[in-house]
Every structure is written in C-alpha cells, then in structure tokens.
Design a protein around this ligand. Structure first.
Ligand SMILES: [Zn+2]
Length: 350
C-alpha cells in the first residue's frame, strides 16, 4: 500500500488543504479497478468509519497477495468542508464561499482520462472536485459513501448499471436501491459514469462498471458494530467483482430489497412551521392517507396542530433528524408504490 498526500491550495495566500490517498497495486491488469471515497459531504461520517474497518482487511489481502485489481481509497475526501466549523457545527454540505453543494457541479469529462479533470482557475471547491474526479476516473468501480439525516441503508444507482449491479446491492446488504437516469446536477456519481458514456461500448464495458452513492443510514449512525458490518459489505463487493480474491466469502444471492425509480420518491414537506411529532421511522411501510407527522405550530391552542398524511402508499426511506421545521421544509422521503405527483429531478439529498 502506498500513502500519498493530496494538497489543494485555498483561495487565500497561505492556506492549503490536505488529505491522504491510499493505493493498492493489483496483480492482474485485467481485473476491475476500484475507488472508494467517504465524507465528500464532510460531516457524513458512517462511511469514514466503515473505511476504517475495511482497511485492515485490505492490508491483510495485500500481505497475502490477494489484491487483483488496482484499489484507491480516500477515507475523508473533503478537507475544505471539514474546516468549515462554525458555532459548534460542521458545515460540510455546501462550500460557504460559493454556496455550492460539494456534491454538485463536478466536471463532466469527454472520456475516462484523469488529465481531462484538472482545469485552470476556479475556487477551492472546484479544485477539490477536479482532484477527486482525477483520482477516481478510470476505475471500474466507484463507491461514494454518504449518509442521510436518518434513514435505512440505500443506494443511488444509475439505471444504465441496473440490474447488473444487483450483486453489489446484495453484497452490501442494503435495504433499498433508487434508480436514476439523466442529469443530477453533475453530482460525483453522475460525473463518474459520464466519461464512460462518451466512449465506444466495447471500451466502456458497462457490464462491469459499478457507480453508486451509498447512503449509510443517518448522521448519528456512527458506531463500532455498524462500521464493522459496513466494512464487511464493502469487502464483499470487492470480492464479488474480482478486485480481491477471497474464497471464504460466499457469493451474494439475488437482491431481495426494494428497487424503485427516483420518480417514485415523494419528498413530503411540512405545511407549517413548528415542532415535529413523527408517526413513522425509516423502514416503515405505510398506506396512502396514513399520518406521517403532526406539526405543533401553536402550542397549547385548540387547532394549534396540523397533521401531515402520506400522499400514497410506500416505504419510508428517510426522515429529517431535527425536530423543528419551517413551512415547506422536507420531512420524509417516501418511496411510493407509484410515481410521485411532485417528483423532483436528479439526486435528492446525496
Ligand atoms: Zn451526502
């Protein structure tokens, strides 16, 4: 394993950001190459601790000569967002200087060539995105580890790679897979797949590509047991796809979880500002008209509360982790059994 330090110059003189990259050489040039990154949204730590659980297994595989494909690991991908610590809270989702989501506006490359990613000029968040894309492009397997507010484990998967990626979903043991198509604001996963769609199918070999945003439950689901289980899941994906040889890992069966297009997601919002009393938790199945939450907007008054109901039957994927809301704020993501009447385009919160 080789460790290197990537440096990103800041937007003022005297400021620079650094993050480590770990590379494992593969023994077989024809084996798939894999890239794993965590905490692009800097405060989302379940992936960081999953990678920490995974790394000893990678070092062991290397020592035993079992790493076949090239492997690149970036355990904490966003030193810029990590440094945005204000009033006791990390602001890791948006770059404060440009108000841009760290997981949007990645360069869309005309081919899978790292040299195409780095461009002159731009602000520090753009330089970071260019560097991360340059590090990742060319790998067959790209796993971008995120989390939601509160949620089940689920994947965003490009439709072009489904159902071929069923084995990965099964290996990771996720509860749900959300399929997306088209544009998502140049999120990292879109920018990871895009270059392969610009080259001839024989060169792209989409049948062996894996591109996914992994949503590892909620922000507070950072604990020893879960990290170990998620590290195991990542390891199983690497074995299933031939990056690592390990005969002790059984092949994952067919994926038995929920699969739905992103158009089916109803993002249920709050009609009023106030305190949220939830009736549902992630993982619940609910029927159309079931109460999802009550908003207490005028505490103590008659008619001081407003109920929020499910617009259709479906599966509760996530809910927000605070208990106050403004009018119009998101409350839950409900994977409906049918397309949402108010479906949003592109990646939702990833
Ligand atoms: Zn995220």
């Amino acid at each position: 394993m080789q460790k290197s330090i990537e440096t990103i110059l800041g937007d003022t003189e005297g400021v620079a950001y650094a993050f480590p990259v770990y590379r494992f050489e593969g023994s077989d040039a024809d084996a798939p190459a894999a890239y794993i990154q965590a905490a692009l949204h800097a405060g989302e730590l379940p992936g960081v601790v999953a990678v920490d659980a995974l790394m000893p297994r990678l070092r062991q595989a290397e020592a035993e000569g079992r790493i076949r494909g090239r492997l690149t690991v970036v355990p904490a991908a966003n030193p810029v967002g990590r440094a945005q610590y204000h009033f006791g809270e990390i602001q890791g989702r948006f770059h404060l200087g440009t108000r841009t989501n760290f997981n949007r506006n990645f360069p869309l490359l005309e081919g899978p060539d790292p040299a195409l990613a780095e461009r002159p000029g731009g602000t520090v968040d753009q330089r970071l995105k260019q560097r991360l894309l340059a590090l990742s492009v060319g790998h067959d397997i790209v796993l971008d580890l995120h989390c939601d507010d509160e949620g089940v484990v689920y994947l965003y998967v490009p439709s072009a790679l489904w159902p071929a990626m069923q084995d990965c979903a099964a290996a990771m043991g996720v509860a749900a897979v959300i399929l997306w198509d088209g544009e998502s604001g140049a999120s990292f996963d879109e920018a990871s797949l895009y270059p392969w769609l610009q080259v001839a199918p024989e060169a792209a070999r989409l049948d062996r590509k894996v591109v996914t945003t992994v949503e590892y439950r909620g922000l507070l689901d950072v604990d020893r047991h879960t990290a170990a289980a998620d590290g195991d899941g990542l390891y199983r994906v690497l074995v299933a796809r031939g990056v690592i040889a390990d005969e002790t890992v059984p092949a994952a069966g067919p994926f038995a979880g929920l699969v739905a297009p992103i158009e089916n997601i109803d993002v249920v919002t709050a009609p009023r500002a106030g305190a949220i009393l939830f009736d549902v938790v992630p993982g619940d199945r609910i029927a159309a008209g079931d109460r999802i939450a009550t908003i207490v907007h005028a505490s103590g008054e008659e008619n001081g509360t407003t109920d929020v109901f499910a617009p259709q039957s479906g599966y509760v994927l996530t809910r927000v982790n605070r208990r106050w809301t403004y009018a119009g704020d998101d409350l839950v993501k409900l994977v409906g059994d049918a397309p949402s009447a108010t479906a949003r385009q592109g990646a939702l919160e990833a």
